[in-house]
Design a protein around this ligand. Structure first.
Ligand SMILES: [Zn+2]
Length: 345
């Protein structure tokens, strides 16, 4: 397999490190936050822009999709279809042209074949350097999946909308990916990676993944790309992704902590196995918060990050809204940092 292009982020050339615009005079009407956060924005400006963005509306729409479809949004169900239509409407309204990538899998429990799909939507920019930013759209059958993974979907939709509204012209193509059948066995992301030629794998600059980013007793966790905390580094370049996320949190005075890349844990895994630099965000599932993490993030010690993980109570009330904004802003910042990175052709 050909090696993916090395990922480096030269701080001097980063469009994100250019000087901020002067503040408007007192009393002047403030510009829409989406404009203020243009591509030249700093981490602090991106944070401000996302604070004003309505992420909850997406969670409400996904909750409604579940409520009208037997309480869940699992792959192959009406709830999944309703979720997909909502995502597609949002993307189209922002000027994207979403496409469905259909695949079929065998549901052994039910003894049936299930047809489902990923949704993919691209920005302009060089396809030679494609950034795949993904979140799984399906829930488990036991519940509506609002933290897992409506939260990641909301952050992804808002990043796509925000980029469109700023008028940014990405140098490198960003492909927003809403994966199907993650809860079955990472099937959608695996299907996507399997469908790439060796050339397309080489042209995949990196993958960013969001899976659960608003856990009620959570922490701001960044995947350990450099292996400094858990010993297992991602493919070369994953260290730069981790550093760029940490840079966002540090510049905004937010504590962040590393989390491990785990075999089969989420949709970054097929990318990682294919040698593509990967990284992402997570606020915790049914593991318990440590004393050290309570020091960093607050919350309840020896209690699950998300007590409703894969349960019916993972609903619209199972969300830490501040954390969701912090994570969505981080995704926006890092996506644009790599989208605007000058690359040799
Ligand atoms: Zn998940």
């Amino acid at each position: 397999m050909p090696a993916p292009p090395a990922v480096t982020l030269p701080a001097e050339e980063s469009p994100l490190t250019q000087p901020a615009r002067p503040a408007p005079p007192p009393g002047a009407p403030s510009a829409p936050s989406t404009v203020a956060a243009a591509p030249k924005a700093t981490a602090r400006q991106v944070f401000s822009a996302f604070t004003g963005r309505n992420l909850i509306q997406h969670l409400e729409a996904l909750q409604k999709a579940a409520d009208e479809s037997g309480g869940n949004r699992a792959s192959g169900t009406r709830g999944y279809e309703a979720s997909a239509r909502y995502v597609e409407e949002q993307l189209r309204a922002a000027g994207y042209k979403p496409v469905r990538q259909v695949f079929t899998y065998r549901d052994e429990n039910r003894g049936t074949d299930v047809e489902t799909f990923n949704i993919l939507a691209d920005t302009a920019g060089s396809a030679q350097h494609t950034i795949v930013v993904g979140a799984h759209l399906d829930s488990v059958r036991r519940g509506p999946g609002i933290n897992d993974n409506g939260s990641g979907v909301a952050a992804l939709i808002e990043t796509a909308r925000w980029m469109a509204e700023t008028g940014i012209q990405p140098k490198n193509r960003v492909r927003f990916a809403f994966w199907g059948a993650e809860e079955v066995d990472l099937l959608g992301s695996q299907h996507y990676v399997d469908s790439l030629s060796n050339g397309e794998i080489a042209q995949t600059m990196l993958n960013l993944n969001l899976d659960m980013v608003a856990s009620p007793n959570g922490g701001l966790f960044v995947h350990d790309g450099d292996g400094s905390s858990f010993g297992d580094a991602g493919p070369a370049g994953s260290d730069v992704i981790e550093r760029t996320f940490l840079d966002y949190f540090a510049q905004n005075g937010l504590a962040a902590a590393p989390t491990i890349f785990e075999n089969g844990d989420s949709d970054y895994w097929p990318f990682l196995k294919a040698g593509i630099p990967t990284g992402g965000l997570f606020t915790g599932d049914d593991d318990e918060k440590t004393a050290e993490q309570v020091q960093e993030f607050g919350g309840v010690e020896n209690s699950e990050y998300d007590a409703c993980y894969h349960r019916a109570c993972d609903d619209i009330s199972n969300i830490d809204r501040q954390m969701l904004h912090d994570m969505a802003g981080a995704l926006g910042y890092v996506t644009v940092a790599f989208a605007m990175l000058p690359r040799p052709d």
